[in-house]
Design a protein around this ligand. Structure first.
Ligand code: PEP
Ligand code: MN
Length: 338
């Protein structure tokens, strides 16, 4: 349940009430906004008599939260969460574009593409080191060597990096070398991994599962937040439908739904949604217009020879052009593509 305090509530009154709840075994989640102060009370509140709280003169309103997700719920925190990825702020008024190859293939490749992405307006470099491939015979990624390449280009070009983690065993390397830890679609409900990610305070990019509902996706974010890590960015990357003309169906409606249900930022991955580079620009523009907080886009110098997902990777000039167009849309809706 959520308690909304009157503006006249004193610090002492609030902390006495908080102590009372803590003694009864409830968990508390406080949100102090510009004009409202809220206290989220998490636990078995079913048998709690809400009416009894109105006896406190400093309480304005009490409301039960029906949704199973609590800490990610916008009712618990009305203001947008802004996630700081090593200085790049994702959420709020900002729109952030991330770009790079599907997979880190070599040091030379990353040294070539990074300055191109950066000068085109990309603020975070992507690159998979551990690749979840459908076929065991496909390129599986460079593993730890890939993370080391990312770490080097991050410090050489002064730009944060995002990469996908596949197993809890890899977590110490990611904590040390990677600015934004991606949980891929296939691991969205790897609850052991989510619990471990809740114990650190690095930003997490949580992709929506291939066939998961928005509520299931938010419950996965709740796992991370329940552990204490509130630095979560959601990423819509398309879902499985009966349609086969695109790799996945981009659920653009998830943007306004997510904005309503949660305070967490949401970005769009048009590359894995479309599965073809020709559709990436159009989906990107739609995502920005719909209110997404950013994009993560696959870019490759020579898509024809990419070791994974060349068919959906943009060439550098197309990426540059896309950023220019998205910037215009951002301005039209009073947002800033940083
Ligand atoms: C990726 O971003 O490299 C990736 C594998 O994406 P997804 O988990 O969305 O399929
Ligand atoms: Mn890919």
């Amino acid at each position: 349940m959520i308690i909304k305090f009157k503006n006249t509530a004193t610090e002492e009154q609030v902390s006495r009430l908080k102590e009372k709840f803590l003694k009864q075994g409830f968990e508390l989640h406080e949100s102090i906004g510009i004009s409202t102060r809220l206290l989220g009370v998490i636990g078995n509140t079913i048998s709690f008599d809400i009416n009894s709280l109105y006896a406190y003169e400093f309480i304005d309103n009490v409301l039960r939260v029906q949704e199973p997700f609590k800490k990610v719920n916008r009712k618990f925190k009305p203001d947008d969460t802004i996630v700081d990825v090593s200085g790049v702020k994702v959420g709020g008024k900002n729109i952030v574009i991330m770009g790079g190859p599907c997979a880190v293939e070599s040091k030379i490749q990353m040294k070539e593409i990074t300055p191109i992405i950066k000068s085109s307006g990309g603020k975070i470099i992507r690159g998979g080191a551990y690749k979840p491939r459908t076929s065991p015979y496909s390129f599986q990624g460079l593993g730890l060597e890939g993370l080391e390449i990312l770490e080097n280009i991050s410090s050489e070009y002064n730009i944060p990096v995002v990469s996908e983690i596949m197993s809890v065993d890899e977590l110490p390397y990611f904590v040390e070398k990677i600015d934004l830890i991606q949980v891929g679609a296939r691991n969205m409900q790897n609850f052991n991994l989510l619990k471990e990610l809740g114990k650190i305070n690095k930003p997490i990019l949580l992709k929506r599962g291939l066939a998961n509902t928005i509520e299931e996706w938010l419950m996965s974010a709740e796992y991370i937040m329940a552990g204490g890590n509130s630095n979560v960015i959601l990423c819509e990357r398309g879902i499985r439908t009966y349609e086969t003309a695109t790799r996945n169906t981009l659920d653009i409606s998830s943007v306004p739904v997510i904005k309503k249900l949660t305070h967490l930022p949401i970005i769009i991955d048009p590359s894995h949604a479309a599965g073809r580079w020709e559709y990436v620009e159009s989906l990107s523009k739609a995502a920005i217009a719909a209110g997404a907080d950013g994009l993560i886009i696959e870019v490759h110098q020579t898509p024809e020879s990419a070791l994974s997902d060349g068919q959906q990777s943009l060439k550098p000039d197309k990426f540059k052009d896309l950023v220019v167009k998205c910037r215009r849309i951002a301005e039209a809706i009073d947002r800033t593509l940083i």
